[in-house]
Design a protein around this ligand. Structure first.
Ligand code: DQA
Length: 148
């Protein structure tokens, strides 16, 4: 039997601009550095990470349509799409893979509009406000979900 350990790490709109976004909210890390840290966390947990970032909602929807071919689980930080993109929610439902939602910042302690997540109830867990370490928390939860 093949190991079910492939995790799709998805970043949505504007997350590729980390490093140019407010450091007091998101930390000073660049997006490349973030992906490198996540890869280390994943390998420490014997998970195989696959990365995808886009600023195009339709591109993310189509990527999620094919997610079950290339992944066993999803870790997703949709950025601002979290708060209003019903198309991303529906695509996640279609993907039907165990999913953890991650936010670098504590979205519940910021502006009112960030308290809404249209994907939260589809996710096995939401991790927020832990910065980069939140991805380790998310991957640990995925590992448990995949019974690895
Ligand atoms: C974010 C929080 C969102 O509200 C925001 O739009 C982002 C990043 C986070 O990681 O804290 O782009 O998802």
């Amino acid at each position: 039997m093949t190991t079910r350990n492939r995790v799709l790490i998805v970043h949505g709109v504007n997350l590729g601009m980390l490093g140019r976004r407010p450091a007091e909210i998101y930390g000073g890390i660049t997006f490349d550095q973030l992906e490198q840290r996540i890869a280390v966390f994943a390998h420490e947990l014997n998970l195989e990470p696959r990365f995808f970032q886009t600023n195009h909602e339709g591109a993310l929807v189509e990527h999620l349509h094919r997610a079950d071919d290339r992944a066993d689980a999803i870790v997703i930080n949709p950025g601002a799409w979290t708060h209003y993109a019903w198309s991303i929610r529906d695509a996640l439902e279609i993907a039907a893979l165990p999913t953890v939602e991650v936010h670098l910042s504590d979205v519940d302690a910021r502006e009112e509009f960030r308290r809404i997540s249209v994907i939260r109830d589809l996710c096995v867990e939401t991790v927020k406000g832990e910065g980069v370490e939140g991805y380790r928390t998310a991957l640990t939860r995925i590992k448990k979900e995949l019974e690895l």
